[in-house]
Design a protein around this ligand. Structure first.
Ligand SMILES: CC(C)(COP(=O)(O)OP(=O)(O)OC[C@H]1O[C@@H](n2cnc3c(N)ncnc32)[C@H](O)[C@@H]1OP(=O)(O)O)[C@@H](O)C(=O)NCCC(=O)NCCS
Length: 179
């Protein structure tokens, strides 16, 4: 009998085999543009995976970042590495994964955020397009990231439920893509 299960764990608790499966999933779900730095971005926080017969077929990661809305800092769960195996897409697996991510965000963080080109997928799940200007903090310098404005989405709740989506939004710089 084929068994599928949704599980949540930290990178620190992940087995080498499981991380290898997640990496393998990215190789098939994303095009060649998935870089080593993109891989680094999914590590260090939480993973939500769906396994089918012990094999990872869907994944999302949540890593902790500080995002500032106008001048107010939020302990943010930043979502990375959302992928479903190409042979299993449009079965609701990505939505199930993001539903578990949403529970995780609400229990551990003050705000959810991510950057994407597939807005429709996230909008159905309650995520909002950021409408204000985005920036990245390089040490003490705030640099405008105009090209990222259209991709950033947020999931406000609890302490962030009333944030103004037209405000400025900034993140800290990191190796690779900042957003
Ligand atoms: C985006 C992705 C994770 C969706 O996973 P999934 O398991 O197919 O998602 P679901 O089956 O839960 O989709 C539910 C609904 O979301 C929407 N949706 C799903 N994939 C979509 C896409 N690529 N573009 C736009 N809308 C999409 C559809 O409305 C879909 O409902 P439908 O099948 O009844 O039309 C998957 O397409 C994927 O792995 N893509 C490649 C990697 C990627 O781009 N990841 C996102 C990076 S931010």
């Amino acid at each position: 009998m084929v068994m599928s299960a949704i599980v949540r764990f930290t990178t620190a608790d992940a087995s080498r085999e499981c991380l290898g499966q997640i990496r393998g999933l990215f190789s098939t779900a994303f095009d060649e543009n998935f870089t080593e730095q993109d891989w680094e971005h999914v590590l260090g926080g939480w993973h939500v995976v769906i396994k089918d017969d012990g094999v990872v077929i869907a994944h999302a990661a949540v890593v902790a970042r500080v995002l500032e809305v106008a001048d107010r800092a939020f302990h943010t769960g930043y979502v990375e590495g959302v992928a479903t195996h190409p042979g299993r897409q449009r079965e609701g697996l990505g939505s199930q994964t993001m539903s578990e991510v949403s529970h995780l965000l609400r229990s551990e963080f003050e705000l959810g955020a991510l950057s994407t080109s597939v807005h429709d997928f996230y909008e159905r799940l309650g995520w909002k397009r950021w409408q204000g200007p985005t920036y990245v903090q390089h040490n003490s310098e705030l640099v405008r990231t105009e090209e990222e404005d259209g991709g950033v989405m947020a999931l406000p709740f609890g302490p962030s439920r009333d944030i103004d989506l037209t405000s400025s939004l900034s993140c800290q710089s990191r190796p690779g893509d900042d957003w």
